[in-house]
Design a protein around this ligand. Structure first.
Ligand code: AMP
Length: 414
């Protein structure tokens, strides 16, 4: 199989790395890819990033299967464009991708289907939103409707903050009840009818330790089967995932961002693709060959068999550029990746490029240092032992990735 991966971040590197190990895969291609992906396959320039530009790349390679990493091409209709040409692609149609592309659409969908989510109001403009705020207590959550790369959500502690949020975000708005509990990323592979769940993960969105500071694209994640009990997973599948797939005929990776509240799991958001950085620890732990599952799902015939997982948890620590998530520096030489990988960890590239003197930084999130271990404590230690060997000027990373798991269920070996 010749597989084309669309995208060029850490998520796409993790997918390319996993698929390059598959006996079913002849060659991995990525567009635009990155220097890490170039070690696992061939990278091709992405043109203008439109669905038709990606289609042209897939046709020139005669790719047997195309996987779409990021949300923007999915919302723009890349799957519809590929299908119209009879080319196999794994992802949701533009209609199904509205679950991520419009928060107003997603909330109305959830309400109409009786799928648990935070109480909410929608507002076409700030004046209507201000009136709707009267019905909520603080803190309250204010969300912009469209894609915002994780920057469209504000938790407002009081009316003044809420007014500032409405002034800074793009309408229309969703105003939401503030939920408390553990956040879990629950992702499934779907062929339009049947689903195969991936192992649960927890992301760390805030930039600093202890979940403080502004939100980022994600500063790290861990994958551990103990994040959810079997009972909780069943409830998520029965009350959230299956009704959503049934109603939309969703194909691709469906990602439910959940709050595990006292009243059960509630949907914070849907993503219509794999998470970044959740994909990095997920691919590190995956025991099965992913390629046949993706191919079968793209053909609408997922096998009724679960994916196999290595028992030990995995952890990804994101190393970021100075200033991120604000304005950040680039062009800093990166040292120590080979030493980090010699420890057994895998270093997934996100914002890197080849500069005149070698590998250098080219984005906010630069690397995802990923390791596994016999238990969560060991996986955390292994990831940080590798991260400590990497250096670039002004780099920063959280030093508490995975700690919330340790706090919840201790460090005992599985
Ligand atoms: P979203 O993009 O909708 O997942 O929101 C980004 C982040 O904001 C989530 O990961 C949560 O940490 C937080 N968040 C969103 N909605 C709520 C809510 N209703 N209650 C509490 N926190 C929320």
């Amino acid at each position: 199989m010749r597989v084309l991966i669309i995208g060029g971040g850490g998520r796409e590197h993790a997918l390319a790395w996993r698929l390059a190990h598959s006996p079913e895969v002849e060659r991995v291609f990525a567009t635009p890819g990155n220097p890490g992906i170039a070690r696992a396959g061939k990278c091709i320039p992405a043109g203008d990033g439109s669905p038709n530009a990606f289609l042209a790349v897939a046709e020139s390679l005669d790719a047997d299967l195309t996987l779409v990493g990021p949300e923007a091409p999915l919302v723009a209709g890349i799957v519809d464009a590929f299908r119209a040409r009879g080319r196999l692609v794994f992802g949701p149609t533009a209609a199904a991708a509205r679950l991520e592309g419009s928060k107003v659409f997603a909330k109305n969908f959830l309400m109409q289907r009786g799928i648990p989510t935070a109480a909410f109001a929608t507002a076409p403009d700030a004046a209507t939103a201000l009136r709707a705020l009267e019905r909520f207590t603080y803190p309250v959550v204010i969300k912009a409707d469209g894609l915002a790369a994780g920057k469209g959500v504000v938790v407002a502690e009081d009316r003044t903050m809420a007014e500032a949020a409405l002034a800074s975000l793009k309408p229309p708005f969703v105003i939401e009840e503030f939920l408390t509990g553990e956040e879990v990323s629950y992702i499934v592979l779907s062929d339009g009818r049947n689903v195969v769940p991936l192992e649960p993960t927890q992301d760390h969105k805030a930039v600093f330790n202890g979940d403080t500071g502004p939100n980022t694209g994600g500063m790290g994640a861990y994958c551990d089967s103990r994040i959810l009990t079997a009972e909780q997973s069943r409830e998520i599948l029965d009350r959230i995932i299956r009704p959503t797939v049934e109603a939309t005929g969703f194909t691709g990776f469906l990602y439910a961002g959940l709050m595990m509240t006292r009243a059960g799991p509630k949907v914070l958001e849907f993503n219509v693709r794999l998470g970044d950085p959740e994909t990095q620890p997920i691919m590190h732990r995956l025991g099965s060959d992913l390629a046949p599952f993706l191919l079968a799902a793209a053909r609408g015939a997922l096998p009724d068999a679960p994916l196999q997982w290595n028992p030990g948890p995995s952890v990804c620590v994101v190393m970021a550029s100075g200033g991120y998530p604000g304005a950040f520096t680039t062009g800093q030489p990166i040292h120590g990746i080979a030493a980090a990988e010699a420890t057994g960890a895998t270093v997934f590239h996100a914002g890197t490029r080849q500069g005149p003197t070698g590998l250098e930084t080219a984005g906010g999130r630069v690397l995802g240092v990923t390791a596994s271990g016999p238990d969560l404590a060991a996986a955390i230690d292994n990831a940080y032992a590798a991260a400590h060997l990497i250096h670039f000027e002004e780099m920063h990373y959280r030093t508490d990735i995975g700690r919330k798991g340790l706090k919840r269920y201790g460090s005992a070996t599985i």
